[in-house]
Design a protein around this ligand. Structure first.
Ligand code: ADP
Ligand code: ADP
Ligand code: MG
Length: 628
């Protein structure tokens, strides 16, 4: 039965990505949205949209009844759940079946089985798929668990049976710590999943996360679309994903792909799925879990195989046969994806919310930008702070890394803190290049990502200012500046703390704190927005800020208006003797490519005006004096 209209029970980039394929297939789309998403990109792109509720998840994207009601109202044939949210909920698939709607996802029984880490492992052990040695029985008696831990041998990992998204895991290094760690794991699991059952696993100390994309139709055909390496993780969450896995011997790869097929067949699966394996230093690999949905990182598999996995999902949900037999699916080249988040690497990667003043994501050939946001959208506390996924393809890994580096270098996001710099540093780090990153490398601080700001970076910014000035401003008039004999300029930059530089121009270069620096690198990049500056130099990204003038201006409540920074007076809006009101603009000046309006902070009378239009002023010079 052909599907003609789909409701997408999701939001953000994955909703957008599904709509893209539906458009190609000439399938109508219906978006759903919460109060916070009224103007979201996925809503704008869909053919129709239905408001489902408040920003509360239980009232919107997790509300099964409301979603089914919206689907019926819009008369869709099927629902695509995307990933996250309801995508792996057996109860959702069941409710859709009862409502006569097609669920573009896994069979109910598979969702139920794989939703439990203990049931999943028990099933796989029975099917003869190698699993991480551990304890996955129902008996949760503390002494039984403690004994099992001893038998497995420390270190061990405690996992929530109902866990997911990297939550609810605890490493235990020795028997003495077991009881307390178990308590805390159970408490966390109860809070996060409403279920405090756990399994125990041997903790692999140098693990690689390698997973296999599988696909099955309703007629019993199963294929794989090769593997992905997702070993670059932070707190058990994937950061960079690639396909194929480097450093995997042909024999191990074949074994793993076969094991994945076997696992998929063992549960009579349908649709897209991922079998996650963990690989030890000696190349032995073990089943960890199966994700019964489309994966965040499915794009890298698409780029190496040329398959549109969402199109396949729809086709298989219609009852269609798998479009390709195994021997017709080939892996070609290399693909890498990075997850670009609104988060603050300087502050423990806390999500950074706020207005996305500028989102510039570089598009390249053989590359994809999946994003659910645009400039002027906001990152809110309500949803996942992912801004975009950048995905590139190239002939080999080395070129792929270079290409991704270019994509990151050319991209700039302003308004919230992001992990762009962190991603870029990771990509250029030796361990990543040499493929020596394990899933715990970042958490164990094994990768040096420290990066002091260099005087030459300051020179690059000075150079940018010099060449991007329109007429005016102390920086703009190169000749004037030179003729006046290298007037030193004070640049106050905040880069991981406060730093100040004195910069002067000299023939062909810059004196930064008295040392010469010549800006010769033609591939240096400067992204500037308000007081935020991002310089890319030798593939490293330096993000710093200039003093916040607006804040500084509003702080000056004295009988004088000061120049917050060196610059040029554009206009003096008042005359001596004039009465002014709070907020009235007194002087307009231009500095650092910005126009600043200096305003009265109180009701007053103008006493003295020290400058006129076109005058150059230094930082902290008194421009206007007032009296009450
Ligand atoms: P994947 O295995 O596909 O990379 P993860 O294991 O990182 O995905 O996370 C599991 C799923 O849960 C992902 O699809 C992710 O987007 C989703 N997810 C993670 N955090 C949230 C959240 N706060 N709200 C909704 N979905 C989430
Ligand atoms: P989730 O459902 O939260 O994705 P997983 O079982 O897939 O949980 O594990 C998430 C991550 O935790 C893995 O990608 C891996 O980095 C790490 N991990 C899981 N099991 C082990 C283990 N036995 N030893 C070491 N690390 C592990
Ligand atoms: Mg997992």
């Amino acid at each position: 039965m052909p599907i003609k209209k789909i409701l997408i029970a999701n939001r953000g980039e994955i909703a957008v990505r599904i709509i893209q394929t539906c458009r190609q297939l000439k399938i109508k789309t219906v978006a759903i949205f919460s109060d916070a998403d009224r103007h979201a990109k996925h809503v704008q792109m869909a053919d129709e949209s239905v408001h489902i509720g408040s920003t509360d998840l239980a009232d919107s994207y997790l509300n099964i009844d409301k979603i089914i009601k919206a689907a019926k109202q819009a008369q869709v044939d099927a629902i695509h759940p995307g990933y996250g949210f309801l995508s792996e909920r057996a109860a959702f698939a069941e409710a859709l079946a009862q409502a006569g709607l097609i669920f573009i996802g896994a069979p109910i029984e598979a969702l139920r089985l794989m939703g439990s880490k203990s049931a999943a492992k028990q099933t796989m052990i029975q099917a003869g798929v190698p699993c991480v040695p551990g304890y996955q029985d129902d008996n949760q008696d503390e002494t039984v668990l403690a004994k099992a831990a001893d038998k497995i041998g420390f270190p061990i990992l405690i996992k929530a049976v109902a866990g997911g998204g990297g939550k609810g895991m605890k490493i235990v290094h020795n028997a003495q710590d077991f009881a307390t760690q178990l308590d805390s794991a159970k408490r966390e699991a109860m809070n996060a999943f409403g279920d405090d059952n756990v399994i125990l696993e041997k903790y692999i100390t140098q693990p690689k996360h390698i997973e296999v994309q599988v696909f099955a139709d309703q007629r019993g055909n199963v294929v794989h679309l090769f593997e992905r390496d997702c070993s670059t993780q932070r707190r058990y969450q994937k950061v960079i994903e690639e396909a194929p896995a480097t450093g995997l011997s042909d024999a191990t790869r074949t074994d793993m792909l076969n094991a994945a097929i076997k696992a998929t067949q063992a549960i009579d699966y349908e649709g897209a799925g991922t079998i996650e394996f963990i690989m030890d230093g000696d190349d032995s690999f073990y089943f960890m879990e199966m994700n019964t949905r489309l994966q965040v990182e499915h794009r890298v598999s698409e780029l190496i195989t040329g398959v549109d996995l969402v199109a396949w999902q729809i086709h298989v949900a219609e009852g269609g046969k798998l479009p390709k037999k195994q021997h017709k699916i080939h892996a070609n080249g290399h693909a890498i994806q990075v997850r670009l988040y609104a988060e603050d690497p300087q502050h423990n990667y806390l999500p950074s919310t706020g207005l996305l003043e500028q989102v510039k994501l570089y598009q390249a050939e053989h590359a994809l930008v999946d994003s659910g946001v645009r400039s002027s959208d906001s990152v809110t506390i309500h949803y996942d702070p992912m801004i975009a996924k950048l995905v590139v393809w190239a002939k080999d890994r080395k070129r792929c890394i270079q290409k991704m580096q270019t994509m990151l270098n050319q991209s700039a996001i302003f308004g919230v803190k992001t992990n762009v710099g962190f991603l870029s540093q990771l990509l250029t780090s030796k361990p990543f290049k040499k493929h020596q990153i394990f899933t715990n490398s970042l958490d164990n601080n094994e990768i040096d990502l420290s990066q002091p700001i260099l005087p030459e970076v300051v020179a690059i910014y000075a150079d940018y200012l010099l060449h991007h000035q329109d007429n005016g401003s102390v920086w703009g008039q190169v000749d004037g500046w030179r003729l006046q004999g290298k007037i030193p300029l004070h640049l106050e930059l905040t880069y991981q703390g406060q730093q100040q530089y004195t910069v002067a121009w000299e023939a062909g270069g810059y004196l930064v704190d008295g040392m010469s620096h010549y800006v010769v690198q033609t591939n240096d990049i400067c992204h500037v927005h308000r007081n935020q500056v991002q310089v890319v130099h030798k593939n490293l990204r330096y993000e710093f800020s200039l003093p916040d003038h607006e804040a500084k201006v509003s702080a000056s409540n004295a009988n004088a208006i000061y120049a917050p920074m060196p610059g040029k007076i554009i206009a003096v809006k008042v005359a001596v003797g004039q009465q002014v009101e709070i907020g009235q603009t007194l002087v307009v000046m231009e500095a650092m490519k910005m126009e600043l309006e200096l305003k009265a902070e109180k009701e007053a009378t103008i006493n003295t005006v020290h400058f006129a239009a076109n005058d150059q002023v230094k930082a902290d010079e008194v421009l206007v004096e007032l009296e009450d």
